[in-house]
Design a protein around this ligand. Structure first.
Ligand code: 5GP
Ligand code: MG
Length: 178
């Protein structure tokens, strides 16, 4: 694998799809056993999670529903700390088990926003599944139930994650070269 250029920045190979796939397997197995007998609703946080969600859901053997919300907090390579909701929640989740699917939890602000909305909508239980987690950036205290891979505080692209709109289609994950 070689370095790539997106807009003005260079990115180097960081996490190969094979490693992502193993992490996704582990999360799916855990969800399949933890939620046995239930029919959860998976809530996919667009845009970044589309690829992880697609791969994870293919490994889920439970009867389930899938729904989508679209949020945005990043501009360029920095979190704006303000979360904009671009497509809303339209499911009745009263009494249901909800599993939020996220690509990455960074500061944790986006996820906190989602959790608050779900609490007010009467879900029976809410779990979080994230492919990537930046522990050094996390500012919140809620529990993250399923974490694929912990990473340092670097800006990454690929596998659904973008830099100013590009890079989401990359199969592997790349890290910014400073
Ligand atoms: P948080 O609200 O936890 O700070 O950020 C969460 C969102 O910011 C993620 O869902 C993701 O869309 C975006 N994000 C966080 N870190 C990165 C990163 O390293 N690269 C990219 N492309 N997006 C990120
Ligand atoms: Mg995201």
């Amino acid at each position: 694998m070689t370095n790539i250029k997106i807009h003005d920045k260079i990115f180097e190979p960081n996490i190969k799809f094979a490693e992502i796939d193993l992490a996704t397997d582990r999360i799916a197995q855990k969800i399949n056993s933890d939620l046995k007998g239930k029919t959860p609703i998976f809530l996919v946080i667009l845009n970044g999670s589309f690829m992880f969600a697609g791969d994870l859901l293919k490994k889920i053997t439970l009867p389930c529903e899938v729904s989508f919300v679209k949020l945005a907090s990043y501009e360029g390579t920095k979190s704006t700390e303000k979360v904009r909701q671009l497509i809303g929640f339209d499911e009745d989740i009263t009494g249901r088990s909800v599993i939020i699917i996220e690509d990455i939890v960074d500061s944790g602000i986006t996820m906190e926003n989602v959790l608050k909305q779900l609490e007010s909508m009467g879900a029976a239980d809410v779990r979080i599944a994230t492919l990537l987690f930046k522990p050094a950036a996390f500012k919140k205290s809620y529990r993250i139930d399923y974490i694929g891979i912990e990473i340092p505080n670097d800006f990454i692209v690929g596998y659904g994650l973008d830099y100013d709109g590009q890079g989401r289609n990359l199969k592997d994950i790349y890290k910014i070269v400073k």
